[in-house]
Write a protein that binds this ligand. Sequence first.
Ligand code: ARG
Ligand code: ZN
Length: 899
Amino acid sequence: RVKRRQDYKPPQFLVDQVKLKFILDPSDTRVLTKLNVRFNTTAYGACDTSNLYLDGDSEMIQLVPNSLKVDGRTLEQGKDYQVSKTNLIINSMDGSGNGVLVEFQVSLNPSKNTALMGLYLSKNNFFTQCEAEGFRRITFFPDRPDVMSIYEVTLVGSRQDYPVLLSNGDCVESGVCSDEKYHYAVYRDPFRKPSYLFALVAGNLVHLEDSFVTMSGKKVTLRIYVQHGNLPKATFAMECLKQAMKWDEEQYGREYDLDTFNIVAVDDFSMGAMENKSLNIFNSKYVLANPETATDSDFEAIQAVVAHEYFHNWTGNRVTLRDWFQLSLKEGLTVFREQEFTADMTNRAVKRISDVMRLRTAQFPQDAGPMAHPVRPESYIEINNFYTVTIYEKGAEVIRMLRNLLGPKGFRKGCDLYFERYDGMAVTCDDWLSAHQDANPHVDLTQFRLWYSQAGTPQLSASTEYDASKSVLYLHLEQFIPPTPSQLLKEPMLIPIKVGILDRHGNSVLVDTGDGNAVETKVLDMKEFEQTFTFYRVPPNSVLSMLRGFSAPVKFSWKHQQSLDDLIFLMEKDKDEFNRWDAAQTVTLEYILQVANQLLDETCTLQQVASRVPAPSKAVLNAFQTILLDESLEHRFRSTMFVLPSELFVAEWMKPIYPDAVHLARLHLKRELASYLKRSLWSTFRKLEKELEGEHRLDSESRGKRALKNVCLEYLCCSQDPDALSVALEHFRKANNMTDALACLNILSAYGKEQGEVALAEFYRKWEHEYLVLDKWFRVQALVPSKDTLHRIQTLVESKSFDIKNPNNVYALIGGYALQNPYAFHLKDGSGYRFIADKILELDKINPQVAARIASCFTVWQKLEPNLRSLMQKQLERLFLRDDLSKDVFEVVNKSLTC
Ligand code: ARG
Ligand code: ZN
């Protein structure tokens, strides 16, 4: 079952042309397939086997009897060809390389396709999702990214039910069929592409239209297709698309290459969105938004995802992947491009902080658990399990380090060479690096390659020594890369460390390593397991600002804990905004850990916690006060400073993990901060409330104000102060936008008993018919930090508004609970785990991909305290014993148990 990177072989047959004709029907769609197949003579000698293997999932697709022909000759089953569970095998194909025409017809039942891979229905409209291996659920084909073909697609369907017919490329012909109930459209995509980029949409949709003139003066028609009634909600996504097109021209010189670009929104979608050539298909939550129904974060997510999918046109489509082990070649790079785009469109420091938060809360734990894998994995059972934070987010960090290493100009040169050299080809991560190496001969990228092959988060520890007589500061650094599944020993990596030095007044000291180039922030290239760096002309009592801007995805710590004074100093004085935030994270992380380690598994109330542990230092509280009131700082930055390290991230540092202790310790700190800052929180809240009065505005200044105002309100409510809670309820009721309404709803349901219930009921009544808003209502309830949350979820999954077949519903309610609410999930009797295991089994029959994502909540088991650990292990074993698991869930369960 295991696929290995080492086993890659070039395809035996190539397909130059694909002609598909779809006769669309919900339960019996026909796909007439014509393939121009040619023996791949460059890869094989003539002596190789001449059997043609086409991938095809025969549970989904049936070959229509007697329809298979080669060059016009009808083949006989058993003699000329065989059909297995996963293949159509045609014997004795022409191995001369001249090419033959293979024709056949398959039938499929989209209405039964709950896995949402291949051709499926959503609200009676047809959609496809082919990445990674969905095309084999549509027709028989060599379904691998290094087989690239020109596609011509004909769609035939009911005029009434499917007035819109779309596929990749340009529509070259359309009309009414002889039976006038039907119409057809023919699409031609002039670019060769792998099957995973194929798409079709057919349905009753409306569209928004706009256009963009490219840098060479070509006019591109842009359309966004949505369900009736949703058009006004698509205007924001359209603006984002135009911004992204312009940005890619300016930053990378990449121009759009067809006459039309379409985005289609769909409610049933397992992932975020898909970059099918010229026909992007999106989860509707990343397209539809207006201020009444979408939060500021929703708007930001839309901007990022629209850009991400658009950027794939060059990084993914024009230059594509040789095989799925190279997934990060397109995803890491495209995430990086999207991050930089967002940074340019919004606030760079805040964007960086939120990306690092995500990396630390989701990727670091993955890299330290049983599913750990390198950015370029060596093996997998189910490729869908590898659309991970490691491939995406750590992959983006690797690109970021590369750019820092080469400098922006060198990086751009490398990218230009990459596009020029590999356009139209299916390539590897090594090809990407070789383009950069060739464009930058003065830099040696050999050691850097380890970022692609070694899994695990490097741990970097540091200590200093100061020689006052010479004003020299020595920085001793050590790196350790923890063992990960099937990788026990590691080589030292090239870790770029950006450092700055501040004198005791907070002024920058130029970083002078003796190379004649003293600068405010210097990049140290750490290459050995242990290395010492020397800084000259350092005044006494200077403070180092390490890893500025999070210059490498590592866990950094000082050997001898950094003094609280130094951390507070950095929080207040560092020139690097990221490091100001990070210093605050370290200060609060250390306090939370100290408290949690004192509590462990004792059950106690927050009052008892407060009386048993040392209060946070006044200096820390004052530092937060200063930041809250510092009007010279942007609102958004200030609000971010108040987001304490998440429970998941704190748990990373605790061995074994006591989830309740982490939760109580974190909440305790929040309440201490709230009570010390009470007056400032009120005054800030009131002031911002005033400033935001009147018409709702979406600009970034207003968004920042809302964020800070709502953070203040959350702190004010976290001790369940009745006055604060009634303000929250009032604020909830008069909110004219979803950002405020949802923030209040979260606060009320987390901290207010009856007010929470009241608000949830009102919210439901108001939004009962807005599908995307109901997801928010589910998620809020999934995130209630209470030991009763399980019961709430159990009721909600049975409610009429919840559809277990809809991935957004599942992620919001079941995912929110199992993956984002540790305090409610880790129940001492194991009932939370049992419930989730039940749901995984149910989901596995519906949508294995989604089931496996939920199952990842169990990968933490070995790190938990003994009682929880054994309870979770029991559920994993229960799943493991089933013989009907999908590959997706099996891989997660099996790896969790055997590592
Ligand atoms: N390539 C898509 C993206 O933009 C993700 C598709 C994932 N699909 C899947 N079945 N795993 O990131
Ligand atoms: Zn992507």
